[in-house]
Design a protein around this ligand. Structure first.
Ligand code: PLP
Length: 447
């Protein structure tokens, strides 16, 4: 085998930068989406809700749920879901720590707090077996994140929720349209909420959406942030009727109609595009099936589950199969071959001082504790898989098109690096860098 590129050998990925850019380009905005967005601008209807309501109806039908509500972003949709579930003063939300902050942080502004639960090592989604320990008399809801498109173990999670009378919110920001044992993600818990921002696989621009079959949750989610739709001809929940006219959350969550217009055309193409992404990504991982140290973060489709739009694909790195070579050095060597990978995934939230120390609202103690009836930080010591995750995984290229010859080049680079790990051991600096990030999206003009 040829010498590794990092040691002066030739690069494995020889495709032109233009071909690689096309293979990875996202989002894809069609002429139709441009025209629909322009029509909103020309009509001056950016703040109206007619197109948004059409998008909501189409989205609900696609999702297979009765109700959907658009929001200005996923953060607001998730906060509305938390409010809908009744999370308020002193209540606890159980959430993985290995996620983006907007799965959890908004609960503080509702007067509640967050208890972090560990994740499963293969899926990196919340571990149903870790839930019991986290539950207290103040627990209201469980936030499930289908992390980097991998479906969480919903059967086991719903069983725990039923046993303890808890509501389940699915954060589907990474996995729109994905399946768990043949059922659509977002339809298994009591309410789904998700981001549709430009970096996600369902990309419409700034925007988020909530979907549910439950009329009371729907009404509460409307009343929270949609003042102009919080009115008696929409709201059916009796306890909310005396308070129509103003938003109960004191916030405004309306979706921008340019986003809604783009969303309608993205929805029409979404399933065929994500089917092609899954074909491309599965092809890539199948090429690497027996390569030492290399494992896919994916689900076996024979189970009726799938990886949705395969948002930000991850690989696992099994260090013990490669004499302890670090994921950092492994990634460096792959990048020298022309691959474009990065060590780690999300930095666990419990390690950020906003969650561990900060007194955000001047209660006189850390907010996360001040809003609870116990020191919920005690549970942070039971997060071993969460804390191990960043040294085990790395992002791999997110192929949008099934182009076998191109994808083979990338797979070949993995094979070359994996079979030559001993040549990399000498230059390894396992403790030198910090993997993991608070967020991934960068503006197109940001460095
Ligand atoms: C992106 C994301 C969100 C937040 O969505 P925005 O639209 O950026 O507000 C929430 N949860 C997860 C898991 C996300 O990745």
């Amino acid at each position: 085998m040829e010498k590794l590129a990092i040691l002066g050998g030739p690069k494995t990925v020889t495709a032109s930068p233009e071909d690689v850019t096309e293979l990875l380009r996202w989002p894809i905005i069609t002429k139709e989406a441009e025209d629909d967005a322009l029509a909103v601008l020309r009509a001056g209807s950016m703040s109206d809700t007619d197109i948004t309501c059409q998008f909501e109806n189409e989205f609900a039908a696609w999702q297979g749920l009765r109700h959907a509500i658009g929001y200005c972003n996923g953060t607001m949709a998730l906060q509305a879901a938390m409010f809908a579930c009744g999370l308020g003063s002193g209540d606890e939300l159980i959430c993985p720590s290995l996620t983006y902050w907007a799965s959890a942080a908004q609960v503080f502004s509702l007067g509640g707090t967050v208890v972090f639960a560990d994740v499963e090592p293969r899926s990196l989604c919340i571990d149903p077996e870790a839930l019991e320990r986290c539950i207290s008399p103040r627990t209201k809801a469980i936030m499930v994140v289908h992390y980097m498109s991998h479906p969480a173990d919903m059967d086991a999670i719903m069983a725990v929720a039923r046993k303890h009378g808890l509501l389940v919110i699915e954060d589907v920001s990474h996995a729109q349209g994905g399946l768990y044992k043949g059922r659509k993600l977002g339809t298994i818990g009591h309410v789904a909420a998700m981001s549709l921002m430009s970096g996600k696989s369902f990309a419409i621009g700034e925007g988020g959406i909530l979907a549910t079959d439950d009329r009371t949750l729907y009404d509460r989610a409307i009343a929270f942030a949609h003042y102009e739709r919080n009115k008696p001809d929409i709201i059916q929940t009796a306890e909310l009727l005396p308070y129509t006219g103003l938003p109960l959350g004191g916030v405004k969550g309306r979706m921008h109609q340019v986003s809604a217009a783009v969303g309608r055309s993205q929805l029409r193409l979404y399933d065929s595009r994500t089917a092609e992404i899954r074909k491309a990504m599965n092809y890539f991982w199948d090429l690497l099936k027996d390569v030492p140290g290399v494992r896919a973060h994916r689900v076996d489709e024979a189970s009726g589950s799938n990886m949705a739009g395969w948002y930000r694909p991850l690989g696992f790195y099994e260090q013990q199969e490669a004499a302890g070579l670090s994921v950092y050095r492994f990634c460096e060597a792959l990048n020298a071959e022309g691959v474009g990978v990065g060590p780690g995934c999300n930095t666990p939230l419990h390690t950020h001082p906003m969650f561990s120390e900060m007194d955000i609202y001047r209660h006189g103690k850390p907010t996360r504790v001040a809003l609870a009836s116990r020191d919920v930080r005690e549970l942070d010591k039971y997060l071993p898989e969460t804390e191990r995750a960043n040294a085990r995984c790395y992002s791999v290229p997110w192929f949008k098109h099934y182009q076998p010859e191109l994808i083979q080049q990338f797979a070949q680079a993995f094979i070359k690096v994996s079979l030559n790990y001993d040549a990399l051991l000498a230059g390894d600096l396992p403790q030198a860098r910090q993997a993991g990030r608070w967020y991934f999206y960068k503006g197109k003009n940001e460095k």
